[in-house]
Design a protein around this ligand. Structure first.
Ligand SMILES: [Zn+2]
Length: 518
């Protein structure tokens, strides 16, 4: 069956706009003038629509999004009272849920971002409550959760993490960074493969609804990978994923065999393109809002701190060299300028140790970059994966980050135009559920450096703005390249997937995935 889509403006990164697209089953058969060589069974008139390839999400946490959606929905609530009401309503509606876990609250509601356990106790005191902050480097818990974990004034901060405290040393109810969050979360009921498959199904459905036709899970633990493989076998994986396994300084050596085995299981699926488990995630620092991003100069609010470096240089290099030699792509979280520098240094050394190959290393977030490091992205072939929805002065930048690092550094974040001028490749990722997975909400933010949806009108660091075409390219073709899926998707070309979005007056009118109306 061949379907001709006609009378539309098909836009495809760095290609001329053309008017016809011929689809056979799930793939594009011909575009533009080439359709003359074929006959079509059906013709669909798109009435002068603007049509773009489906979006691809180059950095996200779909299982976390699915898990979070199973708890109270506190996203976007703007007051303590609203959050408490939602948690209370969820607790009443789910009386047998042993732990209430949800997200994500806007930490900027409270000056300094320290939330008190007592506030949650007022609505739920019979069982633990854990809420993730929007940065997902912070949790806010009730007293029952602190008691379950045995956290009191005597508990020491774990390495790389902090417990926010009152003057007497007692815990307030806010914990920062994975090592501190684990003190609580290790006591919560474990996620099961069934609950994670449900989370994956939720994520697939959400992505398809907003025109995302493939995504990267960039914090994949072994059990999560098992859930993806089971979902693929059951037919529950309705869009393809790339998996990036989480390596940590304490676990990476012991995990190598398991990662190799899971990679092979994914490759052995009936459709070997459904799940590419060929990337390793390294978390190099924390977040600016939590004072844990690694900076080359100290924080203003705490001159004794420059943030945290999760990896020692030597160990990072050893791990990069080992995984690179095994053929894995690497995906490094670096937010502060010292973390970005550490990532670039390590990638440079890695490429000197191992022989040349097509690696496509990724540095994700790259919020602060020193001038002297800009050109190293292109030199080393590093893809900068940036979150488009973050490129404006949001409440977190204004209330939490600016006081910690000062206006000069705050306003130097997200140097998209500077990266492009240095010939670096940029790809986009949502970081869902940290921020929305909806590309149409994000596309114009790096173009205007404002977010009209948030009611902000003053452009933020406008000289780093990009064009609409660049923004579209970074959310389509460049992510396909980052995912090693450029032969499969990202642009309109014969042989590629027929995944596309029909727009009328900048609104989505229809989404086609695998040649079918979604
Ligand atoms: Zn992330």
């Amino acid at each position: 069956m061949r379907t001709l889509y006609t009378n539309a403006r098909f836009w495809s990164a760095d290609k001329e706009i053309f008017h016809d697209l011929l689809v056979e089953e799930s793939k594009i058969l011909a575009v533009g003038n080439d359709i003359k060589n074929f006959t079509a069974d059906i013709t669909i008139d798109l009435q002068d629509a603007f049509v773009i390839p489906a979006f691809l999400d180059g950095h996200a946490h779909p299982i976390f999004a699915g898990r979070e959606a199973a708890g109270p929905r506190i996203n976007g609530l703007n007051s303590l009272a609203e959050i408490k009401d939602e948690v209370k309503a969820f607790a009443q509606a789910n009386p047998t849920t042993p732990w209430i876990i949800g997200g994500a609250y806007e930490a900027a509601i409270i000056e300094g971002g320290d939330f008190q356990a007592l506030w949650l106790d007022e609505v739920v005191s019979d069982r633990p409550v854990v809420l993730h902050a929007v940065d997902h480097h912070t949790i806010w818990v009730n007293t029952k959760a602190l008691q379950f974990a045995g956290i009191n004034a005597q508990t020491k901060d774990p390495e790389g993490g902090t417990i926010a405290r009152n003057r007497d040393g007692s815990p307030k109810g806010t914990l920062r960074e994975p090592s501190a969050m684990a003190l609580i979360l290790n006591h919560a009921p474990a996620n099961t493969i069934q609950s994670d498959i449900a989370a994956i199904k939720f994520a697939c459905a959400e992505y398809r609804k907003v025109g995302v036709s493939a995504a990267i899970d960039s914090w994949c633990e072994k059990d999560m990978a098992r859930a993806y493989i089971a979902a693929a076998q059951n037919g529950d994986l309705t869009i393809p994923f790339n998996l990036s396994f989480l390596a940590t300084p304490n676990t990476w050596v012991a995990d190598i065999d398991a990662f190799n085995d899971l990679r092979q299981q994914a490759a052995n699926l009936n459709d070997p393109t459904l799940l590419l488990a060929n990337s390793i995630k390294f978390l190099l620092d924390g977040a600016l809002s939590a004072g844990t991003a690694h900076l080359t100069a100290p924080y203003l609010d705490d001159p004794t701190s420059s943030g945290i470096a999760i990896w020692e240089n030597d160990e990072l290099l050893n791990a990069l060299v080992a995984f690179d030699a095994l053929g894995y792509q690497v995906h490094l979280h670096a937010i502060g300028d010292a973390a970005v520098k550490q990532a670039l240094n390590a990638l440079e050394s890695m490429q000197q140790v191992n022989p040349p190959c097509d690696r496509r290393p990724v540095i994700v977030h790259a919020q602060l970059i020193r001038d002297e490091d800009l050109s190293r992205f292109a030199q080393l072939g590093v893809i900068a994966n940036i979150q488009p929805l973050w490129c404006y002065m949001d409440p977190m930048n204004k209330e939490l980050i600016a006081p910690r690092i000062g206006d000069e550094r705050n306003n130097r974040q997200y140097r998209l135009r500077s990266l492009l001028n240095s010939k670096a490749m940029i790809a986009f990722g949502s970081d869902w559920p940290v921020t929305s997975h909806v590309p149409m909400q994000a596309l114009n933010v790096p173009v205007t450096r404002t977010n009209p949806a948030a009611g902000v009108t003053q452009p933020w660091n406008i000289e780093e703005a990009i064009t609409q075409e660049e923004s579209l390219t970074f959310y389509t073709r460049n992510v396909a390249y980052q995912m090693f899926r450029e032969n499969e998707r990202g642009v309109f070309e014969a042989g590629k997937k027929a995944d596309f979005i029909v727009l009328q007056s900048d609104e989505i009118e229809a989404i086609y995935i695998n040649g079918k109306l979604n």
